[in-house]
Write a protein that binds this ligand. Structure first.
Ligand SMILES: [Zn+2]
Length: 491
């Protein structure tokens, strides 16, 4: 009995000592794995965490000492704070040996047939499927069988470098499945249950999630610099400038202090952004004037941009028939001609752009001339109704199907920038005539496109109100612009 109790007395302190030691060990482990400056900028968090850990360790040392000094007292009232025992319990349970022993028992026994392994081959420059199959030691007959398995499989004849072909075979190296990703949204799969069956192919399509993002910027030097700084993609900047092209001359009229606010769509897939969508609403403050646009899809499915009060952002003519190029020479009736060195009125605008830059029809109309002239080079004249005519000179070549009598739509490509005829470098010479008289296409008053139809008006206001409000809410700067309805109407 006495021996028993003394044995007990001995056992308890030993037990407690064990706990204390394992706690100390566990904490030492914890200290070892304590993240040190784990994330950049988390220095303060680490600095706060460290002293706390020191305190804990000090407490533990005290506990261990106490356990050694006064074993009996510890039996009744463990001096280890409840929080610490909690930590210790957690840490002891998380000990590697425990895990290694416990886990295999939880996992199901592996089945006899392991899942077939997919192999990958990246498409190289100049590759064809036949080449890839050959390289991978796959049979040409199997490629043929896949291509014959359905119309979806025919898409495999258009592959691009960098894309990945995945496939798996049976033990004899005979193809069982092929998977080809054309984009994150679209893949083709051809499979068969065994080497003696036929392939069946299908297109796997995924729909991205659309999120609306907000971006804004203030211009110091150029729109592109400001937009890039605000995180807008080039394509979105282009869209922004296209929407406001009739109200703002992005080549000449952008000033430091101008600002923009944009709501636009982003496409997401599996928590990853895969691209941008359309602009939903935008505001551009140019030289003190506020311009706003909102996207609207009418009941007939036609989508376009309008001012918040329902006027079209478009005009019957594009302000410029070339996208975002530098205007090298302005409209000037008294300029010196660079080749002839005498005053030759310049009745149009020269858009310097690389050879091959698409030239668009400024408005709907009919091509009255598509010809070649020693001075004009390849040139096109379009008639737009009774009053208007536009001319496009020095083209490298004509657009597809452009000849006398061709009907064209606004924005349709009628040719490509070149330097045919009298030209010192690749550029488009563009003229705009009203009733046979040359006008400056930059400043001429352009006829407006149709506003929102009366029958659509209620629906338009109802669906766009929220978007316009959301754009205003997310602006970081002052809301002054909202308070001036006159400027909100745009210009
Ligand atoms: Zn010119």
């Amino acid at each position: 009995m006495l021996t028993g109790s003394s044995a007990d007395a001995l056992r308890y302190p030993a037990h407690h000592l064990l706990i204390a030691i394992s706690l100390a060990l566990a904490l030492a482990l914890l200290m070892l794995f304590w993240p040190e400056g784990e994330k950049p900028g988390s220095a303060s968090a680490a600095a706060e965490a460290a002293p706390e850990a020191d305190v804990t360790l000090a407490l533990l040392e005290e506990t261990a000492l106490a356990a050694a000094a006064t074993p009996m007292a510890l039996i009744e009232e463990p001096a280890v704070p409840a929080v610490l025992t909690g930590i210790a319990a957690y840490l002891i349970f998380a000990e590697p040996e425990t895990e290694v022993e416990a886990l295999p028992a939880l996992l199901p026994e592996p089945k006899a047939a392991p899942p077939p392994v997919w192999q990958e081959e990246r498409v190289r420059r100049g590759d064809s499927l036949a080449r890839i199959f050959h390289r991978q030691g796959l049979r040409a007959a199997e490629l043929h069988a896949i291509l014959e398995s359905g119309s979806e499989a025919r898409r495999l004849t258009r592959i691009h470098p960098g894309e990945v072909l995945q496939y798996r075979t049976d033990d004899d190296g005979r193809l069982l499945a092929v998977r080809y990703e054309f984009s994150p949204l679209e893949a083709m799969e051809a499979t068969r249950p065994d080497a003696n069956s036929r392939f069946s192919s299908r297109l796997v399509q995924r729909a991205p999630e659309t999120r609306v993002a907000f971006s804004e910027g203030r211009i110091d030097s150029s729109l592109f610099v400001a937009a890039a700084r605000s995180g807008l993609a080039d394509a979105t900047i282009m869209n922004l400038a296209n929407i406001f092209q009739w109200d703002i001359d992005f080549v000449h009229d952008i000033r430091p202090g101008d600002s923009f606010h944009v709501l636009y769509e982003e496409k997401w897939l599996d928590g990853e952004k895969i691209g941008n969508g359309a602009i939903v609403a935008a505001e551009f403050n140019n030289r003190g004037r506020v311009h706003r646009a909102v996207r609207y899809t009418a009941s007939d499915g036609h989508t376009d941009y309008f001012t918040p009060d329902g006027r079209s952002m478009r005009r019957a003519f594009l302000r410029a028939p070339v996208e975002f190029s530098r205007i090298s020479s302005n409209f000037n009736m008294r300029r010196m001609h660079p080749i002839h060195n005498r005053v030759v009125p310049h009745r149009g605008i020269d858009y310097a752009a690389p050879t091959g830059t698409p030239v668009m029809a400024a408005g709907d109309g009919v091509v009255v001339t598509a010809d070649r002239h020693h001075a004009n080079g390849n040139y096109v004249i379009i008639r737009h109704g009774e009053r208007y005519q536009t001319k496009y000179l020095h083209l490298h070549r004509f657009g597809r199907g452009i000849r006398n009598g061709t009907r064209v739509r606004q924005g349709q490509i009628i040719g490509y920038v070149g330097m045919t005829g009298w030209a010192t470098g690749p550029h488009l010479h563009y003229e705009f005539l009203v009733n046979g008289v040359h006008q400056n296409p930059r400043t001429v008053n352009l006829p407006q496109a149709e506003p929102i139809a009366e029958s659509e008006r209620e629906r338009f206001l109802a669906t766009t109100r929220e978007v316009i409000a959301s754009l205003a809410e997310q602006r970081s700067d002052e809301q002054v612009a909202l308070a001036t309805p006159a400027s909100a109407a745009g210009g």
